[in-house]
Design a protein around this ligand. Structure first.
Ligand code: C2E
Ligand code: MG
Ligand code: MG
Length: 429
């Protein structure tokens, strides 16, 4: 281990002590220092697939890569399961720390070896600088972590902390009141994305995806307004509206098109709402929907976060004959031990693995592992993010049951979806 690496075990108190002494030194010689917080992508899934020991070995390889990218005086410390902090003392300016972040990211593009498998590890980095952003260790770390979470949310490889909290708050507040109006004025709309059966290619059903047709902002995707609605509690109104709209649209599908399934996303916080099961039941009776044709999609992270209550709600839904699909599967999961009790009917492989399964061996392994897991637990398995015929073929060869993705169709408005069904010709694969 080089002098640059101070700790290979997560140790925040030690980071705070070191940061404190580096800040004192910077204060006394009037220099600047930067703190980088680096979070590796997909640590959790790799952990689930390869086990704790292999991940620890991988984290050690990562520390060595960081050390390779860093200068003699820089210091590297592990601060979380998949997180490192790097202190860069005596930087010339903020740009200097961005150069360092770029160098680190470049260093990570060479794949790693994990249990004889080759895995590639992306990362996001948050940066904050003393004295520009904070002059105490706590605040500096907090700001670097804020920048990191913004980077993760926006998909940016790295972000420098920006003091725009006030701006963010007002932005979110506007969105909140606009969303209220949107609900009242019927600006929310459901788009449908077809899902096909990989045995034969026939249409299996569709996933209902919310869109907000805002007069001021145009079509707003759910990634923008669902987090706001979740924070403000508006998510409940929004979900009840989505369930009713989708079931209303789908009410005449059985007579017109035969037995198609309708999948609706349920936000994590709804699993703790004791009216969910009743409301779903009421909406199904109102629109004469068959429970076995309704799929509720719940993210894996939501299932794992709050095991008791979530499992109970999901179990009740299943008792009523409703199907449950674990969405974004592969991204949220902490242990296989929990998995055996999941009351699900389907696993839906996250698009991040599917999209890259032909170019990344690690992603291909994950897709294969999830399909195997589903088969051994007698669950259906669906893949989202199918963007090419080659991926469709690969999934069919692996005996994945269903596919959904831009190659088949983007999410489309209800009327266009009806047209899509009428003109649908199964792909030959
Ligand atoms: P999700 O449930 O995992 O939905 C799949 C997302 O992947 C959709 O994004 C879809 O447009 C996108 N997608 C599908 N195929 C492809 C592909 O081949 N390539 C790429 N690059 N993307 C593809 P969308 O519609 O923006 O929805 C994003 C997320 O918002 C959804 O992820 C879901 O978590 C949430 N969401 C959407 N509608 C609702 C809703 O009614 N209620 C709740 N609670 N969440 C919703
Ligand atoms: Mg979904
Ligand atoms: Mg998904």
């Amino acid at each position: 281990m080089t002098d640059k690496i101070l700790s290979l075990r997560p140790n925040r108190p030690s980071l705070m002590r070191h940061l404190g002494s580096y800040i004192r030194r910077a204060r006394s010689n009037s220099s600047e220092l930067a703190l980088l917080v680096i979070q590796f992508k997909r640590g959790q899934e790799l952990g689930a697939l390869f086990g704790y020991r292999s991940i620890e070995a991988l984290m050690e390889q990562l520390a060595n890569r960081l050390a390779f990218a860093c200068r003699e005086q820089d210091r590297i410390m592990r601060i979380g399961d998949h997180e490192y902090a790097v202190i860069l003392p005596e930087i010339m300016n903020q740009g200097h720390s961005i150069l360092a972040a770029n160098k680190i990211l470049r260093e990570l593009t060479t794949p790693f070896e994990l249990d004889k498998h080759v895995v590639s590890m992306g990362a996001n980095i948050g940066l904050a600088v003393y004295p520009g952003h904070a002059d105490e260790p706590d605040a500096l770390l907090q700001h670097a972590e804020l920048a990191l979470s913004d980077a993760i949310r926006s998909g940016a490889p790295y972000l420098m902390y920006k003091d725009d909290t006030q701006e963010n708050l007002t932005g979110a507040w506007d969105l909140e009141s606009e969303l209220d109006t949107a609900l009242d004025n019927g600006e929310l709309e459901i788009f449908y994305q077809p899902k096909i059966n990989l045995r034969g290619g026939l249409l299996a059903g569709a996933e209902a995806l919310l869109r907000w047709r805002s007069p001021k902002r145009g079509i707003v995707p759910p990634n923008i307004f669902i987090p706001v609605a979740t924070r403000t509690g508006q998510i409940k109104e929004l979900t009840w509206a989505a369930i009713n709209m989708a079931l209303q649209h789908a009410a005449d599908w059985p007579t017109r098109f035969g037995p198609l399934t309708l999948a609706i996303n349920i936000a994590p916080s709804l699993l703790e709402d004791e009216t969910l099961v009743r409301r779903v039941g009421d909406a199904m009776s109102l629109w004469s929907a068959k429970p076995s044709r309704l799929i509720l999609e719940i993210t894996e992270a939501a299932m794992m976060d709050n095991t008791d209550i979530s499992f109970e709600t999901v179990r009740e839904l299943k008792n009523r004959g409703v199907m449950v699909s674990i969405d974004d599967f592969g991204t949220g999961y902490s242990s296989l031990a929990n998995f055996k009790n999941i009351p699900a009917s389907e696993l839906k492989i996250d698009k991040s693995f599917v999209m890259n399964m032909l170019t990344s061996k690690a992603d291909a392994n994950i897709v294969r592992a999830i399909i195997g897991l589903a088969q051994s637990f007698e669950l259906q398995v669906a893949a989202e993010g199918v963007e090419s015929m080659e991926i469709l073929r690969a999934l069919a060869a692996l005996q994945c049951n269903y596919a959904q993705g831009y190659y088949i169709s983007q999410p489309i408005p209800a009327a266009t979806f009806v047209q899509f069904i009428n003109e649908y010709v199964p792909p030959v694969f």
